[in-house]
Design a binder for this molecule. Structure first.
Ligand code: NAP
Length: 247
C-alpha cells in the first residue's frame, strides 16, 4: 500500500517513536493521522491532518470507541509500549510483568481486534506491530519486558495468517535501542526514531511482513538457529561482569 493518501492511526503517538511515526506519515503524504494517546491533550498540535484521539490500549472499550471514530483507517500502527526494567527475580517482577503484558501484549491484541474489521472494510490496508530485538534475545535486566515482546511477536504471526484473506498486510517491526525516553538510561548505540519510522514506512509500501530496522535486530535474528551458543555466552559474560562490578 502507499502511505500517500492513507489514513493512519498510531498508538502512543504523543512522544517517542509514536510521535516520529506521526511526523513521518505526514511527511510521506498521509491524508489523515489519528494520533492516539492515553491523554490526547499531549499530542502535538499543528498539522490539520492530525486528529488527536484518546486510547489507552489496555482498555478494550476505548479501542472499540477509537475504531468507531477512526472508521476510515487504512494503516494501524500499534506502537504504544512500556518497559519496567525488571529482572524476573526482582521483588516487583510479577507486577512489572503483568503491567508490560497489559500494554505490550494485551494492548496489541485489543487494537488488532478492534481494527481488523475496520481495515477489512477499507480494502485491507496494513497493521504494524512494534516489537523489539528483545522479542528474540532475553537478558535479566529486561527479562519481563522481553517476555511481553516475545508474546506480541507470536500474536503478530498468528494475526498475519488470519488477516491475509482480507488483504491486510501484517508487519512485525524489530529494532534494538532507539533514542527515546524508554531507552534514556541505556549506554549503547541507539537508532534515531525517524530512521526506524522511515524503514517501517518503506517496508509497508514494499509489502514487507517484517522490518528489521537496525543491525542489532538483523544480527540477533540471523543467530536464532544457534542462539544458545551464538548469543547467550555473551549475555552471560555481561551479566557476570555486572554482578561482579556491583559486589
Ligand atoms: P516511550 O518513549 O517510552 O513512549 C511510550 C509511548 O507508549 C508513550 O506515548 C506512552 O504514552 C505510550 N503508552 C504507554 N502505555 C500506554 C497505554 N496503556 N495506552 C496507550 N499508550 C501507552 O517509548 P518508545 O521508545 O517510543 O517505544 C515505542 C514502542 O517501540 C514500544 O512498543 C517499545 O516497546 C518499542 N521499542 C522501543 C525501543 C527503544 O529502545 N526505545 C526499542 C525497541 C522497541 P504516555 O505518554 O501516556 O505514557
Amino acid at each position: 500500500m502507499q502511505i500517500e493518501g492513507s489514513v493512519a492511526l498510531v498508538t502512543g503517538a504523543n512522544r517517542g517513536i509514536g510521535a516520529a511515526y506521526v511526523e513521518g506519515l505526514l511527511a510521506a503524504g498521509a491524508a489523515k493521522v489519528y494520533a492516539a494517546a492515553r491523554d490526547p491533550r499531549t499530542v502535538a498540535a499543528g498539522d490539520p491532518r492530525v486528529v488527536a484521539l484518546q486510547l489507552d490500549v489496555t482498555d478494550p472499550d476505548q479501542a472499540a470507541a477509537a475504531a468507531r471514530t477512526a472508521a476510515d483507517a487504512t494503516l494501524v500502527i500499534s506502537n504504544a509500549g512500556v518497559g519496567r526494567g525488571a529482572t524476573p527475580l526482582d521483588d516487583d517482577a510479577i507486577a512489572a510483568a503483568r503491567d508490560e503484558l497489559e500494554v505490550n501484549y494485551f494492548g496489541v491484541l485489543n487494537v488488532a481486534r478492534a481494527f481488523a474489521p475496520v481495515l477489512a472494510g477499507n480494502g485491507g490496508g496494513a497493521l504494524v506491530n512494534m516489537h523489539s530485538a528483545l522479542s528474540w534475545i532475553h537478558f535479566p535486566a529486561v527479562g519481563t519486558y522481553a517476555a511481553s515482546k516475545a508474546a506480541a511477536w507470536a500474536a503478530t504471526n498468528a494475526l498475519r495468517v488470519q488477516l491475509r484473506g482480507q488483504g491486510t498486510l501484517v508487519v512485525g517491526v524489530h529494532v534494538g535501542y532507539v533514542d527515546t525516553d524508554m531507552a534514556a538510561g541505556v549506554e549503547a548505540p541507539k537508532s534515531a526514531p525517524a530512521d526506524v519510522v522511515a524503514q517501517v514506512l518503506a517496508g509497508v509500501e514494499a509489502g514487507a511482513e517484517e522490518v528489521l530496522a537496525d543491525e542489532v535486530s538483523r544480527q540477533v535474528k540471523a543467530a536464532l538457529p544457534h542462539d544458545l551458543a551464538a548469543l547467550y555466552p555473551d549475555v552471560q559474560a555481561r551479566y557476570d561482569a555486572a554482578v561482579a562490578a556491583a559486589a
